[in-house]
Design a protein around this ligand. Structure first.
Ligand code: AMP
Ligand code: MG
Length: 572
């Protein structure tokens, strides 16, 4: 950490990590594997395995997220190599911690992959936070577990920086996500063949401490269903519902009078599945709104709480392209490309429905849940699209054509998604629009969005500017149907309400792939200033922050085909 970062936090009531109280409900409430030890093996009849992190050579705290520390009630460490760095690298277990690796399976790229599990993630314990919510501290890259298969249990610095930065960026964009407390360098090298092309290299290793109320995935349920461990399936479902979906349980007195045993009934499981479907629908709509592509939407990377989880070869859309995938492993099939994310989420929910079928035993209820996903996604996405365009409600005559033409335009020439929508916000919809149109015609109209185009000459050439200009005229006319700009020849409603709505739906700053890469390269040279500035800016992604304008620019040409900036592998 840089000097500026070593100042003690000013918030009161924060305690040192060493004094945190743990309350480990997952381990206490669910059956663990009787075997210990971190040798790779198949585990059965257990939700998790007790396993300790493997110590590393020289832990050093590189970054710390104050807001996450405050959420947990933990004070910022005042030394980058002290107890906190040791514990958050896995070199020490504090009293009250009960480290474990979770057992789960999953469908990867459409195929059942059998046992996966936490192969390099180890939960240290659950903190009862000042807001009354339990949250797990989970180290990623903390060494081998029984679920590591042939891999090393470690993580490289580059992928750890990407996870640390993106979980925080997503949170401040308003996207449901796991969080990240700390980033610690291990002082050890990790060997990775970054592009699987026979070029293994030693890279610096790191450990991220992730934070979430639960890291349970669809795959935690799938493994029990696949192995016929139905008692465990029920126990895990009951645990997740009572700890994380308590509102779905009937009040005890009422439940007792309906079902004789205190165990949950089928209707509760069905409502729970429906709620998972609803949350997943909201989650994916957010991803589409901000242009986030997860890159590996396997069922083991789908959170039961509807959070974005497991940041790997994710990427941010720069040029708007429904077929874009950041993941080189996915480049051929494009299963996980931007435009497929809603369809894949539904496919994954069907896998979860199959796993939960023994509990719910009601095909119609499962079908209903899947319908709830589709309608939630559709409604949320449309409402977000309305906000992104500054339209009060979509559904006017001509809106479908307006949207279809927009998405076609965006894909005709390479158009930066973030900059286009943010630029649209600044287009006047009052009489100033006509003044610009009269003075300069379509060239002037299209020119208002010039910053969003990767090839300005192409975008402003006569054919494209004519299409864009005429779309903008239709768009401005449409905003006026909502009473914005000019109504009946008079300026009716202030445009500031439209501006505000659009501003809050269209971030100015996103974690562009090349920005993350610059932060990584600086940290590899021991320079933390780049990551710190980026973290600060990304905490207010909807604010103008004019002093940081350059971080909002379109991707520079040098980054177009640079490794880490445009294409990423699963190697991490
Ligand atoms: P992912 O593609 O990151 O979601 O990982 C899929 C599975 O591989 C999970 O079970 C991970 O725990 C495991 N895994 C990924 N990388 C490693 C690693 N370096 N060491 C051990 N297990 C790993
Ligand atoms: Mg994963």
């Amino acid at each position: 950490m840089s000097q500026s970062n070593l100042q003690p936090s000013t918030s009161t009531n924060l305690v040192d990590l060493g004094d945190v109280k743990f309350d480990n409900r997952f381990v206490r409430g669910l059956p663990g594997d009787p075997e210990t030890g971190n040798g790779s093996r198949q585990v059965s009849n257990a939700c998790y395995t007790h396993v300790e992190p493997t110590p590393v050579k020289a832990p050093r705290l590189l970054a710390w997220a104050d807001p996450v520390g405050e959420m947990l009630g933990i004070a910022r460490p005042n030394c980058s190599t002290g107890l906190e760095a040791q514990v958050l690298a896995g070199n020490g277990i504090l009293p009250g911690m009960q480290p474990y690796a979770a057992r789960y399976g999953g469908h990867q790229f459409g195929q059942w992959a059998g046992q996966l599990g936490d192969g390099r993630a180890i939960t240290l314990g659950e903190v009862l936070c000042p807001d009354g919510i339990h949250r797990e501290l989970q180290l990623k890259g903390a060494g081998r577990t029984p679920y590591s298969r042939t891999a090393d249990g470690r993580a490289v610095l580059r992928s750890s920086v990407r996870e640390f930065l993106c979980s925080e960026a997503m949170h401040y964009l308003g996207v449901p996500t796991t969080r990240a407390l700390s980033l610690v360098a291990t002082g050890e090298a990790v060997v990775r063949d970054m592009f699987y092309n026979g070029n293994p290299q030693a890279e610096p290793g790191a450990v991220v401490c992730r934070v979430a109320p639960s890291f349970v995935r669809f795959g935690n349920f799938e493994i029990f269903a696949a192995h016929g461990e139905l008692e465990l399936l029920k126990r895990l479902a009951d645990h997740v519902i009572s700890e994380h979906f308590a509102e779905l349980r009937l009040p005890r007195a009422m439940a007792d009078s309906i079902v004789p045993s205190p165990s949950l009934d089928r209707a509760t499981y069905a409502r729970w599945f429906e709620e998972i479907c609803r949350r997943t629908g909201v989650l994916i709509a957010h991803w589409m709104r901000v242009g986030f592509v997860h890159g590996v939407m396997n069922t083991d990377n789908m959170s039961i709480l509807g959070l974005t989880i497991d940041y790997g070869p994710y990427g941010w859309l720069e040029g708007f392209d429904l077929h874009w995938t950041p993941n080189t492993t996915d480049a051929h099939g494009r299963r996980y490309c931007f435009g497929n994310q809603p369809r894949i989420a539904q496919w994954n929910l069907i896998r979860l429905a199959n796993a939960l079928a023994p509990l719910i035993a009601d095909e119609a209820a499962l079908e209903h849940g899947l319908t709830v996903f589709a309608t939630t996604y559709e409604q949320t996405w449309r409402s977000m699209l309305g906000d992104k365009l500054g339209l009060v409600a979509l559904g006017h005559e001509g809106d479908e054509a307006l949207l279809a033409d927009l998405f076609e335009l965006l894909q005709q020439v390479e158009t930066d998604m973030t900059l286009f929508f943010r630029g649209l916000m600044n287009i006047p919809v009052d009489g100033a629009f006509e003044t610009i149109d009269r003075a300069g015609g379509e060239a002037a109209l299209a020119g208002m969005l010039r910053g969003a185009f990767y090839d300005e000459a192409q975008a402003l050439a006569p054919e494209h500017r004519a299409r864009l200009g005429s779309w903008l005229r239709r768009y401005v006319a449409r905003t006026r149907l909502d009473g914005q700009g000019v109504l009946d020849g008079r300026v009716a409603v202030s445009t500031s309400a439209r501006y505000e709505r659009m501003r809050l739906a269209n971030p100015k700053y996103v974690l562009r792939n090349y920005l993350a890469q610059q932060a990584i390269e600086a940290l590899e040279r021991d320079d933390a200033t780049v990551i710190e500035r980026l973290m600060d800016v990304l905490r207010n992604p909807y604010d103008e922050q004019p002093e940081h304008d350059e971080l909002a620019n379109r991707r520079p040409e040098w980054a177009r085909n640079k490794a880490g900036c445009s294409a990423l592998s699963c190697s991490s």
